[in-house]
Ligand binder design. Structure first.
Ligand code: FE
Length: 158
């Protein structure tokens, strides 16, 4: 009986592991090792982009940006969001009603015990934030709740 339990626990560990590996190794065109990302990114960027961490609300200077421009992935430079789709959500995280077409990869995240739609950079797979259905009704109804540390802002050329 004891052996059976050990076997079951062992098998479930293997299956969890292979599932996690599949999620992380999707076919992103930019593939780097954890060590390479660690060397390139700041510790805060690494924690959010590669470890799916969440920055402190109201901590990102990007919350206040309202000038025209493009928000790109802080890890790989992929163009993700535009200022014209940013809105004031009051959450303390930069919020957008949509991303640039084709720029994201979506995943599902059950870490908090319920399912959330996770937004990843479509080129490097970096974790950006989550997408909720309580955005502005007059536009898309979506709220992309994005960690500012995962983004860099490029102002539009005048
Ligand atoms: Fe990226």
């Amino acid at each position: 009986m004891k052996n059976l339990i050990i076997t079951i626990v062992f098998l479930s560990l293997i299956s969890c592991k292979s599932e996690a590996q599949q999620d992380e190794n999707s076919d992103f065109k930019i593939q780097k090792t954890e060590e390479e990302w660690k060397a390139e990114l700041t510790s805060k960027e690494f924690e959010v982009l590669r470890k799916a961490g969440t920055e402190r609300p109201f901590s990102s200077p990007l919350n206040d940006i309202s000038e025209p421009g493009t928000f790109v992935c802080a890890a790989c430079g992929n163009e993700l969001y535009r200022t014209k789709h940013k809105f004031k959500s009051g959450t303390g995280w930069p919020s957008f009603d949509r991303a640039i077409d084709g720029s994201l990869a979506l995943s599902s995240d059950k870490k908090l015990g319920y399912e959330r739609s996770e937004a990843l950079c479509g080129d490097c797979g970096g974790h950006l934030g989550h997408i909720f259905n309580d955005g502005p009704e007059e536009t898309t109804g979506k709220r992309h709740c994005i960690n500012g540390v995962a983004l860099d802002f490029i102002p539009e050329k005048q």
